[in-house]
Design a protein around this ligand. Structure first.
Ligand SMILES: C[S@@+](CC[C@H](N)C(=O)[O-])C[C@H]1O[C@@H](n2cnc3c(N)ncnc32)[C@H](O)[C@@H]1O
Length: 335
């Protein structure tokens, strides 16, 4: 029989809104499309209780606490002692049940912290940004990391919630994963960034690299270079003349290559960004129809994530402009 959260009393207690025991003693799972289960090596994780189609919102969660971090000290990060005071103050304001939910979360303790207060290690192991602050979201905090995640997430300022959505189709029983770190880095660089969480990622991309197959690392490093270059070029007026035309063609080819690499690596977090770059580079070469198609693909993802985000608005402005241009070019101008 599968283990459900109801078989783990502390979880059912910490998550009373998700798990209930019927009078007959039967555990009824959450109505959500995910459930929390123990994993062999990663602590708890969230798993799909049924097939989740790409684009589906999986979680919309308000923060339990938000901490406004002090300004970053260059090269040293945040001054932890200052954060601890505000964290203690925010924690004290929580109801006993919410304090329990906070303390039930995983804490990665550094050796110097063993046996000490867990408030800060819990925040460090689980927090996500909330615009200017750092927030703790007890359900989202149960999602494990993968360097090739199947879900993506963002903070919606308008809703005041963190939103997790399926970046690709997720099969029933499959673990839901997100990325805690930027992914266009080599395995070694990603390992360093994951130190604060206290684990070494064993996803397929990391394991292949450790096994001597450097393909994923090479591709990710190349993607970062191409992305930076295309982003920079997108800000500069394209120019005219033979040389400029050649450059435009080269950039168009690069943008398509970048799309191909990102899709091959299944880096769902980057799809919208690279589709937008492909749209711009096609537009610059006068290939408005293809540009419009790329713009619409980017818009679809931006809307899937957050239809009110600045990025969605930007694509909503770009796509019709490209469509209009392609109609002019085809002699179908609007009357
Ligand atoms: C935000 S929590 C995720 C939920 C956590 N597994 C739990 O039981 O509550 C982050 C912690 O989960 C574990 N974790 C997350 N992703 C992992 C991975 N890919 N491999 C191993 N451990 C992982 C690490 O202990 C990390 O500090």
């Amino acid at each position: 029989a599968s283990i459900t959260a109801c078989t783990i009393p502390s979880l059912a207690e910490a998550w009373p809104h998700l798990y209930s025991e019927s009078p007959s003693g039967t555990c009824s799972g959450p109505p959500e499309i995910y459930t929390m289960l123990p994993t062999p090596k990663k602590g708890y994780g969230l798993f799909a209780t049924r097939r989740i189609a790409r684009g589906t919102t999986i979680i919309l969660e308000a923060p339990l606490v938000i901490i406004q971090p002090p300004p970053l000290t260059p090269g040293q990060g945040y001054e932890i002692s200052k954060m601890l005071d505000s964290l203690r103050a925010e924690f004290a304001k929580l109801s006993p049940l919410n304090q329990k939910r906070y303390l039930a979360l995983h804490a990665h303790m550094f050796p110097s912290e063993e046996g000490k207060e867990t408030l800060m290690p819990i925040l460090r192991s689980n927090a996500f940004n909330t615009g200017t602050g750092l927030g703790l979201f007890p359900i989202v905090a149960r999602i494990n990391h993968s360097c090739r995640p199947n879900a993506a997430y963002f903070w919606s300022e308008g809703l005041g919630r963190r939103v997790v959505y399926a970046g690709r189709n997720i099969e029933e029983g499959e673990e839901i994963s997100i990325s805690y770190i930027p992914l266009l880095k080599t395995t070694k660089e990603r390992e360093k960034r994951l130190i604060q969480y206290g684990f070494r990622c064993e996803c397929k991309a990391c394991e292949a690299s450790r096994g001597g197959d450097s393909e994923s690392d090479d591709v990710r490093a190349e993607m970062q270079i191409m992305m930076d270059q295309l982003e920079a070029e997108a800000l500069v007026p394209p120019g005219e003349g033979l040389m400029a035309e050649r450059k435009k063609q080269g950039l168009l080819e690069d943008s398509l290559r970048l799309v191909e690499m990102v899709e091959e690596e299944e880096l769902v977090d980057y799809y919208a960004q690279v589709y937008k770059l492909a749209a711009i580079m096609h537009g610059r070469s006068g290939r408005w129809k293809e540009g419009a198609e790329w713009a619409l693909r980017s818009l679809e993802i931006r809307e899937m994530a957050d239809e009110y985000s600045d990025e969605a608005m930007e694509m909503r402005r770009m796509a019709p402009r490209f469509i209009l241009e392609s109609k002019k070019y085809m002699g179908e101008g609007l009357c």
